[in-house]
Structures are given as structure tokens and as C-alpha cells.
Write a protein that binds this ligand. Structure first.
Ligand code: NAP
Length: 479
């Protein structure tokens, strides 16, 4: 930043603390907040979040049966309770206030907004009913208010999940686990009912490339071989004898472990005692979703405009890419979930980078005073902890851009929280602070079924009703 005197210095006043707004209360937002508190002890941080609930993907993305991954939220809560940090939930960028207004109010703005939208499945028939992106489908079973009414209609014996990453495997697993296996999860009630009532027997996990290129982490893949009522099935003919070809050492180690796990699945005769099957298909790229008129299969009676089958083309690898062989086959199914990556919802006034799909930036800096952390800056990759390095980097950039630091004598000049709170009050925006969230959290925990961590409230009205004192965790808007 320039070494020119700040507005308050020019006016002869002691400058206030450095005012930083972080947009997004997911892992990247909280890691950035924690890093900033450490790097700039005089900082004041406002975390702005569209939902009334914090923690982003921890609540809305991480699989409901992976509770240990969610424990990091305890550390995020400690950050949120720091007196220098304020959480402002139920406040949405481009709905309640603009980025330009935020930048006018804060010395630094960090965009930690993730990637909330699905990459489009660009094949014929992708618009048919029964075809969903994973952001929507996972949001539905995780009780994200935006997807509460998705109503995927699981009245089908077979589902296809496109993609060979951890999101695809999460979706497949949640669809086939028994009610007992999910009892200690926070699967949303509406989804638990729909999944348990579904006649689903076969789930196909589809990779356009081979098993060596699959991106599943081995822990997640191994889990598929230990499910109570579902067998993991793979045709041994789809598995190479060994991992070959040039690749980074880390990728090779993962591929070798995954190949060994898949061989284990292939060798084990699928237990006929198990009612369900997850089939691992490789070297098959989806080319079209077919409606019932295109196929007379078991799901053809599902109705007009509803997907009845997925058409695939067998592939071979050429220079690491999947190339069609001209051999096609179809899988009858009434549900298709594409877990092929995410993209960003555009933010007014910001350019997106065509390579990452995220906000154009240089190592986290958009320009001095505007920063980006997490998936929004580097594409949707890595695990929750990967965002810690992003947070550290952004804190370092802010430290560098405000060399005089913060607090008395520092370089901060903008009004920060007072301006935000004033603007939102003028617009009648109902802010949810962290103490409010703790009341919602307590209501959800108190309403939890035996063994479960919580019963999620899944509509904005139900979440806010807890704060109006007319709700103790039971939905008021119907379930
Ligand atoms: P991902 O790991 O990048 O996997 C995306 C998959 O989609 C790849 O197999 C990719 O195949 C495939 N794909 C992309 N475009 C396609 C197309 N047009 N047709 C067919 N297949 C296509 O992404 P993700 O599963 O969404 O996960 C995002 C990040 O979150 C990852 O880093 C993941 O590890 C992480 N995550 C972790 C966990 C966990 O640790 N338990 C859980 C969930 C997510 P190609 O390889 O051929 O491009």
C-alpha cells in the first residue's frame, strides 16, 4: 500500500485498527481469520456469510457420516469467539451489499466464497429430471437451505454417479449405507427418509479414465469394501496389472494403493447376502442421458422427461486423456449425479479466471486491499486442511500491503464494522451473530436423535425461528 498518510492520520486522529472483512465462513474464511489474528494482533475482522449458519463445507459439503472431519469446526468456533472477530450470518454479497460497498468500508476484503455451483454436465439430456450436480445433491442430503426442496425422486433401482473423485464416492456411499450405519451421522431428516425408502439396488461410479487416474483418496475407497449391506464390485478386466507411466511420486503411491484396493474388491466374490452393489466402472465417458422414450428398461415407466438411462462410450487413454473408442453401452437408471467439479457464482465487478474457474488473482492477491482464499482462488481441490496454507498466505499479503501494521500509528483508515452494521440496518437485513448461531446449534444438538450429533434445521425460516424464541429445534415450516 502507499505510504501516504491515511485519512485519519491526515485529519490528525489516531488511526483505528486494521479493518478486514472476510466473505465466507467456510474453512478458507476461518483459516484466513486465524492467520490474520496471529499476524496482525490489532486487527478487527468481520466474517460475512450468506447463510445464518457458519462453517461452509463443514456443514454443507463434508459427508454427514464423516463426523471426524467436522471436528475442525471447534477450532473455527474458538476463532469466531475471539473479541476481535465478529460473525455476520444471513448477509449475502450482491444481495444485501456489494463488493464495492465492502471495499469502501474495509481496509482489506478477503473473498473466501468457495465454489458453490456445479460444473455443467455438457451432454445431451443433462436437463432431464433425475439429473443433478453434486453441489445440489450433496446440499440436499446435508440440509443446505438452497437445496432443501430439490426432491430428487429416488424411486429407482439404479443410479449413476459420474466422476472418480471423493465427492462421487461420498454420494455413492451415502446412497447405499443402511439407516444403522447413518445413525451417528447428521444426514438431514428429509434425505434420510427418502434414501431409506428408495428401492435403490445398484449404484454405478463412473470414471472417464482408468483406475490409475481415479482421484479417490484410499481411505474413502477402502471404506466402500466394508459396508454393511452393499458390496463393492469391479470387473477385474478393467484393472491393469500395475501402475505404469510417468507421474509424480505422490500420485503413484495413491494409484498403487487404490489399485490394490480395487483388486481386493475384484477378487472378493460379492456377497449375495448384501442387497446393494456399488459398481466401479472405468474408461467410460458419459455421452447422453436418455429419457424413457429412448429406452425400454426397468425405469421406463418413471414418466415423461425423467432420465431412464445413461449412455456411455468406452474410452482408451491417449497422452493421459480419455479418447472415445466408438463402442457405446447404456445403464438403465432413474438418477444421475454428476460429481465432476465445481464453478463459482459470479461476483459483480470481478473477473473469473478461465483456467481455475475462480477469481483471477496472483497468489491470493486480486489487488492491494482485495484478496482471495480457498477454492475461489485456486480451483476446487485438496482437503479441508489445504485451506490453511491459503489463509497463511493471505495474512502475509495483508501484512505486506499494510506495512505499518494496525493499531495506534498503523496504516488503517476505514470505518469497518460500524459502516457494515449501519448499512445493513438501513436495508433491514437481519444479521445472525455468533451467539445467535450458538443458540441454533444448541437447539439442533438438543433435538438430535439418539446417537446422532444433531438434527439439522434446513430452512432459513426454521433457523431464524430459534432466535425468535418460538422454536426449540423442531421445524416450524413442515418437513
Ligand atoms: P475431483 O477430485 O477433481 O474429481 C472430479 C472427477 O470428475 C474426476 O474423476 C474427473 O475426471 C471427473 N470429471 C471431470 N469432468 C468430467 C466430465 N466432463 N465427464 C466425466 N468425468 C469428469 O473433484 P471432487 O470429487 O469434486 O472433489 C473436490 C475436492 O474436494 C477434491 O480435492 C477432493 O479430494 C476433496 N474432497 C475430499 C473429501 C475427503 O477427503 N473425504 C471428500 C469430498 C471432497 P478426470 O480426472 O478425468 O478429469
Amino acid at each position: 500500500m502507499s505510504a501516504e498518510p491515511t485519512k485519519s492520520q491526515a485529519a490528525g486522529q489516531a488511526p483505528g485498527p486494521l479493518a478486514v472483512a472476510i466473505v465466507g465462513a467456510g474453512p478458507s474464511g476461518f483459516y484466513a481469520a486465524a492467520a490474520l489474528l496471529k499476524a496482525l494482533p490489532g486487527v478487527e475482522i468481520d466474517i460475512i456469510e450468506a447463510l445464518p449458519t457458519p462453517f461452509g463445507l463443514i456443514r454443507g459439503g463434508v459427508a454427514p457420516d464423516h463426523q471426524s472431519t467436522k471436528r475442525v469446526a471447534r477450532a473455527f468456533a474458538r476463532t469466531a469467539r475471539d473479541p476481535r472477530v465478529h460473525f455476520h450470518g444471513n448477509v449475502e454479497l450482491d444481495r444485501d451489499l456489494s463488493l464495492a460497498e465492502l471495499r469502501a468500508a474495509y481496509d482489506a476484503v478477503v473473498l473466501a466464497v468457495g465454489m458453490a455451483r456445479d460444473r455443467d454436465l455438457e451432454i445431451a439430456g443433462a436437463g432431464l429430471a433425475g439429473v443433478f450436480g453434486a453441489a445440489a445433491f450433496v446440499g440436499w442430503y446435508n440440509g443446505h437451505p438452497d437445496f432443501r426442496d430439490l426432491d430428487p425422486g429416488l424411486d429407482t433401482a439404479a443410479a449413476c454417479v459420474i466422476g472418480n473423485g471423493n465427492v462421487a464416492i461420498d454420494v455413492a456411499r451415502v446412497l447405499v449405507k443402511t439407516a444403522e450405519e447413518m445413525a451417528d451421522s447428521d444426514l438431514a431428516d428429509h434425505a434420510a427418509r427418502a434414501i431409506q425408502a428408495a428401492p435403490l439396488r445398484d449404484v454405478y461410479l463412473i470414471g472417464r479414465r482408468g483406475p490409475v487416474q481415479a482421484k479417490f483418496t484410499n481411505k474413502e475407497l477402502t471404506e466402500m469394501g466394508a459396508l454393511a449391506d452393499c458390496a463393492a464390485v469391479v470387473d477385474p478386466a478393467l484393472l491393469p496389472a500395475e501402475v505404469s507411466g510417468p507421474m509424480p511420486e505422490r500420485d503413484r503411491r495413491l494409484a498403487e494403493k487404490n489399485l490394490a484396493t480395487l483388486k481386493g474388491f475384484a477378487e472378493a466374490a460379492p456377497s449375495s447376502a448384501k442387497a446393494k452393489r456399488v459398481h466401479f466402472l472405468f474408461n467410460a465417458r458419459p455421452v447422453a442421458v436418455l429419457g424413457p422414450d429412448a429406452l425400454l428398461g426397468p425405469d421406463a415407466a418413471l414418466g415423461e422427461g425423467r432420465c431412464a438411462a445413461l449412455r456411455l462410450e468406452k474410452t482408451r487413454l491417449e497422452d493421459g486423456r480419455a479418447v472415445g473408442t466408438g463402442a457405446f453401452f447404456e445403464i438403465p437408471c432413474g438418477l444421475v449425479v454428476s460429481a465432476i467439479g465445481y464453478r463459482m457464482a459470479p461476483i459483480e465487478g470481478l473477473a473469473l479466471d478461465s483456467a481455475t474457474g475462480g477469481i483471477a488473482n496472483r497468489d491470493g492477491r486480486v489487488d492491494p486491499g482485495l484478496y482471495v482464499a480457498g477454492w475461489a482462488g485456486r480451483a476446487p481441490s485438496g482437503v479441508i486442511g489445504t485451506n490453511k496454507a491459503d489463509g497463511d498466505r493471505v495474512a502475509g499479503l495483508i501484512q505486506a500491503d499494510f506495512p505499518q501494521g494496525s493499531g495506534p500509528g498503523g496504516g488503517a483508515s476505514k470505518p469497518g464494522r460500524d459502516a457494515l452494521v449501519g448499512l445493513l440496518a438501513e436495508r433491514g437485513v437481519r444479521r445472525v451473530d455468533f451467539a445467535d448461531w450458538e443458540r441454533i446449534d444448541a437447539a439442533e444438538v438438543a433435538a438430535a436423535p439418539p446417537g446422532a450429533p444433531r438434527r439439522k434445521l434446513t430452512r432459513i425460516a426454521d433457523l431464524l425461528a430459534v432466535l425468535d424464541g418460538d422454536d426449540d429445534g423442531a421445524p416450524v415450516t413442515g418437513v
